[in-house]
Design a protein around this ligand. Structure first.
Ligand code: GLU
Length: 400
């Protein structure tokens, strides 16, 4: 037997990936399962992006590239930040990784010393705290309750900051709640950060383009230029361009940090796939009209799911501003008994009941640090969502 390292004891496997894998396995075994666990668009990658990848293969773009991104992709990312966010970065301020996940991981590995604190607003994306722990830091959770739309209150942020605070991890629109900060809400958060120069901001803007009802996305370095020098603006092509499997994430930030991230990457994975990088150039420089079409479908699905779940006895479901998640409360089913006589004590019990009883895979709220809730990804066909909501309703109606 090969014993594992102590650091492994500090973390757990990613619950979003665990639920996604479980749903996939059950389906492969012939079970009637609807997977609402995976956070990825069901739409296919647009053709012009696929063609760019095929061309890259044909042209022999199949060798190692610069560790933290090709000059062509870095230039396209600079243009993107300028065009869409009003942010000026030079190529030496850009890093490209194998998904946003690697960029965040590398940034934390490159900057955290034992005892450094990282503020993580809860509910949070499942991987933030574990990445902080792997890097030797301490996550400090700040609860963002349902009553504030799951958004961080400036006074709660202020109270959580200590001399040891190294980062705030900020995510809007949010995974898992879909909550997105308006410009004035974001400015209020930034005003607090301006007062604490030891705190850097890691903003995860992955869901930037997935906003609805005329919502206008903004990012910290854009609304508070004073924070530009201590902000890592992270983004990627996964969600907006339907490219989750291609694994391209990127960030713009201070040169010294970008260089440090490159050092970590040079000793771990080296460059992200050369083919995927060529595809990402085509994505960022190419037409964006398909996004409006996708968003039309997403908003319709959001309304369908939120309305159906909100009308389900025992559940309560707000309509968030963005992403493709809803985060309903299941407080009303806690303490109830399933037809098999099991008491639902936690969101995890409820998620298990939905999967075992009705074949609906969702992610329990405790994975995201705020309970009793659960996350539904509505990035799936309308008929499937209607079926899933009917099953959830039936499951809730069977509880006594
Ligand atoms: N970000 C997606 C999710 O939350 C993908 C899975 C993961 O990496 O967590 O489901």
């Amino acid at each position: 037997m090969i014993a594992t390292a102590a650091r492994l004891g500090r973390i757990k496997p990613s619950p979003t990936i665990a639920v996604t894998n479980l749903a996939r396995e059950l389906k492969a075994a012939g079970k009637d399962v609807i997977g609402l666990g995976a956070g990825e668009p069901d739409f296919d990658t647009p053709d012009h992006i696929k063609e760019a990848a095929i061309k890259a293969i044909r042209d022999g773009d199949t060798k190692y590239t610069a560790v933290d991104g090709t000059p062509a992709l870095k230039a396209a990312i600079c243009r993107k930040f300028d065009r869409e966010n009003g942010l000026t970065y030079t190529p030496d301020q850009i890093t490209v990784g194998t998904g946003g996940k690697q960029v965040i991981y590398n940034a934390l590995m490159a900057t955290l010393d034992p005892g450094d604190e990282v503020i993580v607003p809860a509910p949070y994306w499942v991987s933030y705290p574990d990445m902080v722990l792997l890097a030797g830091g301490e996550p400090v959770f700040v609860t963002c309750p349902e009553q504030t739309g799951f958004k961080l209150r400036p006074e709660d942020l202020e109270a959580a900051i200590t001399p040891k605070t190294k980062w705030l991890i900020f995510n809007s629109p949010s995974n898992p709640t879909g909550a997105a900060y308006t410009e004035s809400e974001l400015k209020a958060i930034c005003e607090v950060l301006v007062r604490h120069p030891q705190v850097a901001i890691l903003t995860d803007d992955m869901y930037e383009h997935l906003v609805y009802d005329g919502f206008r996305f903004t990012t910290p370095a854009q609304v508070a230029p004073e924070l530009y020098d201590r902000t890592l603006t992270m983004n990627g092509v996964s969600k907006a361009y339907c490219m989750t499997g291609w694994r391209i994430g990127y960030a713009g930030g201070p040169k010294s940090l970008i260089k440090a991230i490159g050092v970590i990457q040079s000793q771990s994975t080296s460059n992200p796939s050369s083919i995927s990088q060529a595809a990402a150039v085509a994505a960022l420089d190419g037409p964006m009209d398909f996004m409006a079409k996708n968003n039309e479908a997403f908003v319709h699905r959001r309304n369908l799911v939120a309305d159906a779940l909100d009308a389900t006895p025992g559940l309560r479901c707000p309509r968030p501003e963005g992403a493709f998640y809803v985060y309903p409360s299941c407080a009303g089913v806690i303490g109830k008994r399933t037809p098999e006589g099991k008491v639902i004590e936690t969101s995890e019990d409820f998620a298990r009941y939905l999967l075992e009883g009705e074949g609906v895979a969702v992610v329990h709220g405790s994975a995201f640090g705020l309970d009793p809730f659960f996350r539904i990804s509505y990035a799936t066909a309308t008929e499937v969502l209607e079926d899933a909501c009917a099953r959830i309703e039936r499951a809730c109606a069977s509880l006594v």
